[in-house]
Ligand binder design. Structure first.
Ligand code: ADP
Ligand code: MG
Length: 705
């Protein structure tokens, strides 16, 4: 027994110190293969990745479940017991195809009961009279126990009123895993403490061997949380170390052009041509970009801002900074539509063609493409916007200085590396990444911790406020159509969004069609109503969009396909049916289709008044604030729109619950990498080992663009 209980900060007294057990950890014993009895169990262990003793100790319980003595069992309850086999025999079953049934009487100091094992005739040999067993199952009346998991054990009793419940698999039950962990419990003493002593003292963290033991065998409820936090800290620290070390190595390994003297072009553009004043966030972003590109190491900045927040201005600025240094700028978007939109925005932002720009996508005609490639190679063309077509081998730049990658998570590492390789004279371009998905800071740190971030929170002036209401009753529905008709009479337009039907596009299309027919002949009779859903032919879709965009159609009844791409500033009302079926970020994006013109807008969400998501939307219009709410409500793994960002999935840490722990881990990781970038200090050697164990050699490789 350890001399003080786990995570107890009381000082040792003299007696406790004298009685303390000496530890002689031998981590090599954790690498020994895990011994498991039986082919099925062995297979189960390998499915779970439990190859060594160390793997087993790191296989953490999912939660806890009840443990009892036989005498305390209540009919109907499910629990774990430790018993001794008093008699055991097999009995043939009359039904054909069934293997003999094994029946046993088992007992502990408080009572006895009968148990039956199905389909495992070999247990008669494996569990002879006198064997101690750990059983998990349901206690029925009349001293019968329905076994769900069983394993031989060296323990005399469960020793507690709850035991660990493990992620298990076919062939290896939680009960078997528990028995294995109990068998190997002495090996907790061989677990390495990776944290430097100073850090551990500073953060008042319990030791890792103790934390791991307490995660499996807590002495109290408080132990469970203290152990979890310690293990979560390690996990968060290692992720941050890996990210910061990667960033460090990338910086050390790559050079970029220093862009810090010329300003002729951008200052003229900013003062004379930009058709609006910059928002404060935009100004800050420009300053951050300026600072980055003045360095001889490539910029690696992530610009986050919702659709319409004005990211393209920043992107264009960064590219123009390259142009005024006689270099080129390129912007890569994941789809042709996006590339075309960026191209149009860029042209509008530079009235009078300040600098000529080209558009290169998969559908650029061959003649035009050849012309563009020649001009990019000669340097005659300074700016290009495009898709993946930009990174094909055939595309060569005379002097690429700045690259902008939009929605970077939609490009693979190799594609980004290909862009990086298009730099000039052995130098890499400065890279500005952009994303429109609002990501809470905690998740951004987890996932993009190797980038610098800038956020555009403020929407450009001129954006109209959107009032959002949750509607539930028939009266509210009637009032909603009144409001829509008022807006239509005032010359505005409206969206009606039909419920999300996850199971089938066809069902969703049918529901939208029915609603379209209903409104056209009912509440919105007399107005021009058009339909838009994913199953329509492209030409029909385009016709519907075009007539709505031109103001000929007053109402667009649509499925969630309008989430992207429609820009109709005259639309001022949106009604969403069964809004509770949509996620927060989806609703937020949908709502972004209104409030784009000169008029105040109205969003009517039909759904239960007590839905926390709908309430959040009614209360908040800032996408980042909503993303935090979403994270709080759903937990990290579920966050819509971030899963495809490849957010680090933690085993122990939970966000946003551990946000503060993450910030502290980030701080320590920063300090460690600052003074010892390669983790060569003897104090950091065990951290370096842990990193290699988890991430392998990949952790050391620099991330490209
Ligand atoms: P994003 O790329 O972030 O979706 P854009 O850069 O395309 O946003 O900007 C959306 C629209 O807002 C564009 O038409 C742009 O010209 C305009 N815009 C950008 N910044 C401002 C600003 N500071 N003031 C007014 N309008 C702006
Ligand atoms: Mg844009």
């Amino acid at each position: 027994m350890p001399p003080v209980s786990f995570a107890d900060s009381a000082p040792f007294d003299g007696d406790a110190l004298r009685d303390a057990a000496l530890r002689y950890p031998r981590p090599s014993r954790l690498a020994l293969p895990l011994r498991v009895d039986g082919a099925k169990a062995e297979h189960g262990a390998s499915v779970l990745g439990l190859h060594t003793v160390g793997d087993l100790l790191e296989h953490l319980p999912r939660d806890r479940r009840d443990a009892r003595a036989i005498g305390d069992l209540v009919a109907g309850e499910t629990a774990t017991v430790v018993v001794e086999v008093k008699s055991i025999a097999s009995r043939s079953v009359r039904r054909r195809g069934m293997r003999p049934l094994v029946e046993a009487t088992v007992a502990d100091a408080t009572g006895a009961m009968k148990v039956a094992f199905f389909n495992q005739p070999w247990l008669v040999q494996r569990y002879p009279v006198g064997t101690r067993l750990m059983l998990h199952g349901k206690y029925q009346s009349r001293s019968r126990f329905g076994v769900q998991g069983h394993a031989p054990t060296g323990e005399a009793a469960t020793g507690s009123d709850a035991v660990a419940h493990y992620p298990a698999t076919e062939g290896l039950s939680s009960t078997q895993i528990l028995a294995l962990v109990q068998r190997e419990a002495a090996r907790f003493g061989d677990v390495v403490e990776p944290l430097p002593v100073a850090l551990r003292l500073h953060e008042r963290l319990p030791d890792r061997p103790g934390a791991l033991r307490a995660a499996h065998f807590p002495a109290s409820e408080a132990d469970v949380e203290a152990a979890r936090r310690r293990l979560a800290f390690d996990e968060l620290l290692l992720v941050q170390l890996a990210l910061l070390r990667r960033r460090r190595r990338r910086r050390a390994g790559a050079r970029a052009p220093v862009l810090d003297d010329q300003r002729s072009l951008t200052s003229r553009w900013l003062s004379d041509m930009l058709p609006f004043p910059l928002t404060r966030d935009q100004t800050l972003a420009l300053e951050a970009v300026d600072e980055d590109i003045a360095q001889a190491v490539p910029m690696q900045r992530l610009l986050m801002g919702e659709v319409g927040s004005g990211k393209t201005v920043i992107a264009l600025y960064a590219m123009l900074r390259a142009v005024e240094h006689d270099m080129q700028g390129a912007m890569m978007a994941p789809t042709e539509t996006l590339a075309e939109q960026h191209f149009a925005t860029i042209q509008a932002l530079m009235p009078g063609e300040l600098v000529r720009a080209g558009l290169l996508t998969g559908s650029t005609p061959a003649r035009r493409r050849a012309d563009l490639l020649a001009k990019l190679a000669s340097g005659e063309l300074s700016l290009v916007v495009g898709t993946h077509a930009l990174i094909e081998d055939a595309v060569g730049f005379a002097r690429l200085g700045v690259a902008v990658v939009d929605e970077q998570h939609r490009f693979g590492v190799r594609q980004r590396a290909a862009l990086d390789a298009k730099g000039y004279g052995g130098e890499s371009p400065h890279v500005l990444h952009m994303t429109a998905t609002p990501i809470p800071r905690t998740l951004a740190l987890s996932n993009y911790g190797d980038l610098d971030f800038t956020v555009l929170r403020e929407l450009p002036r001129g954006r109209q406020p959107i009032e959002t209401f949750v509607c539930s009753t028939d009266r509210e529905r009637a009032r909603a159509y009144d409001r829509i008709r008022e807006e239509l009479r005032a010359g505005r337009q409206a969206f009606v969004v039909c419920p999300l039907v996850e199971e089938s596009e066809a069902l969703q299309a049918r529901a939208a069609t029915a609603e379209f027919e209903r409104l056209r002949t009912g509440e919105l009779a007399g107005w021009e109503v058009v339909l838009l859903h994913g199953q329509m032919r492209p030409a029909a879709k385009q016709a519907a969009m075009a007539s709505f965009a031109a103001g000929e159609a007053h109402v667009l009844v649509a499925t969630s396909v309008i989430e992207v791409g429609i820009d109709v500033p005259n639309a001022t009302v949106m009604l969403v049916e069964n809004a509770e079926r949509y996620g927060i970020s989806q609703l937020h994006q949908l709502r972004g289709r209104i409030g784009r013109g000169a008029h105040a807008s109205l969003c009517l969400l039909f759904g239960p008044k007590d839905s926390p998501r709908l309430r959040a939307l009614a209360a908040d219009s800032d996408g980042f604030a909503l993303a935090e709410v979403d994270l709080g409500l759903r937990g990290e793994g579920e966050l819509i729109g971030t899963r495809q960002h490849g957010i680090a999935q933690y085993r122990v840490a939970e966000l946003p619950r551990d946000a503060e722990l993450l910030e502290r881990a980030r701080l320590h990781a920063d300090r460690i990498i600052d003074c010892d970038p390669d983790l060569e200090d003897p104090d950091h050697e065990l951290l370096a080992d842990a990193l290699t164990r988890i991430y392998g050699a990949e952790a050391a490789a620099p991330i490209r663009a």
